[in-house]
Design a protein around this ligand. Structure first.
Ligand code: MRU
Length: 342
């Protein structure tokens, strides 16, 4: 396959390499990912993370395995294993559905390589469209809040919500970005603050619990988040903590925007209650681990509840900023995300 580079994925010498997002920002480790077992391990450990990136990494690996001579039946089994690597982000299933169609062709090697590269190119273009569309909603002098990490690390392009913020800053409209640290795995503190710093965008890191006070002090003009799955009624699954921000934004009359590519839509999923939410290990909450080592502060037998995502009801969302344009609450209520409207 031709060489390819995104912020956090590379194809070099016909091998897939992933940038270990658990080691960032202290270490920039590129990990060779030769097979599905290794990739699934990286996905579960969040070394590869972010809804679009998970789908792209799985698609690229399948294409490389096809090129290396893996038989159709084994490719099909591998695809099914990858499909269930993480349950919430629908981009993985949507991308793999397209790879499955390519796999069914008689020219499957050529078709799979073509499809995986097309998915990467499309994701770049989708990010650009989202950034262009979303940045038009940013008013000059804005202070924006974002949660988790939705930038170049999580996509093949400029990102989704963070791409919007970056475009707004490039247009001179963003005064400051408040970055939620995003407990328990600190995607905001480790990744978003680092990405914005590298890009020169003015930002301040806050603990997740500080957003309410900032909103009460009128220091947040809008909240921008990404999505892992958007249900047919407009409910949005995203990183745990997103829902509480939406409630806060509603109370303080602050616009709350969700930015995502259409590959995050799941018309077959009627509402947020039907979105599978990943539960994760207790040790992520009883302490913290990273390239600096691991610290556990709670007693090892402490009982823990650790959902990786929550669901924000559609009524709390001011706009769904997709690559196709801004979808309004009225359009969502009228059924624009319903299967028949596809
Ligand atoms: O568990 P993660 O880090 O994969 O969660 C990521 C998020 O929740 C992002 O907001 C979402 O995937 C959008 S990324 C463009």
């Amino acid at each position: 396959m031709q060489p390819l580079t995104t912020t956090s994925l590379q194809i070099r010498d016909n091998q897939l390499w992933i940038l270990d997002q658990q080691a960032l920002p202290q270490q920039k480790n590129w990990c060779l990912t030769p097979d599905a077992a290794t990739l699934i391990n990286h996905i579960k450990a969040l070394r590869v993370r972010g809804a679009p990136l998970i789908g792209l990494s799985a698609s690229l690996l399948l294409a490389l395995l096809a090129e290396k001579g893996m038989a159709q039946a084994e490719l099909s089994q591998t695809l099914e294993q990858l499909r269930i690597a993480r349950p919430t982000a629908v981009n993985l299933m949507n991308n793999l559905e397209r790879m499955n169609q390519a796999l069914a062709s008689t020219q499957y090697v050529h078709r799979m390589v073509e499809e995986a590269l097309r998915l990467v190119a499309e994701d770049r273009a989708l990010c650009e469209s989202i950034a262009r569309t979303g940045s038009a909603l940013i008013t000059p002098g804005s202070q924006l809040l974002t949660h988790c990490n939705t930038g170049g690390l999580a996509t093949a392009g400029v990102g989704t919500a963070l791409g919007v913020i970056l475009a707004g800053w490039q247009q001179g409209k963003v005064q400051n970005v408040w970055v939620d640290e995003t407990r328990p795995l600190l995607q905001g503190g480790r990744l978003t603050a680092w990405e914005l710093g590298e890009l020169g965008v003015p930002c301040q890191l806050i603990c997740d619990s500080m957003a309410a006070t900032l909103m009460a002090q009128k220091q947040i003009d809008a909240v921008w988040v990404g999505a892992d799955r958007i249900a047919a009624n407009g409910d949005v699954a995203n990183k745990i903590g997103t829902y509480s921000l939406a409630v806060l934004a509603h109370y303080h009359d602050v616009p709350f925007y969700v930015a995502a590519p259409h590959t995050t839509l799941d018309p077959a999923c009627p509402n947020g209650a039907a979105i599978p939410i990943e539960q994760r290990a207790a040790t992520e909450v009883t302490g913290v681990a990273g390239s600096f080592g691991a610290v556990q502060w709670a007693q090892p037998d402490t009982r823990v509840w650790n959902p990786a995502f929550d669901v924000t009801p559609a009524q709390l969302i001011s706009g769904w900023v997709l690559d196709s344009g801004v979808i309004t609450p009225d359009q969502v209520q009228a059924g624009i995300f319903q299967p028949s409207a596809e």
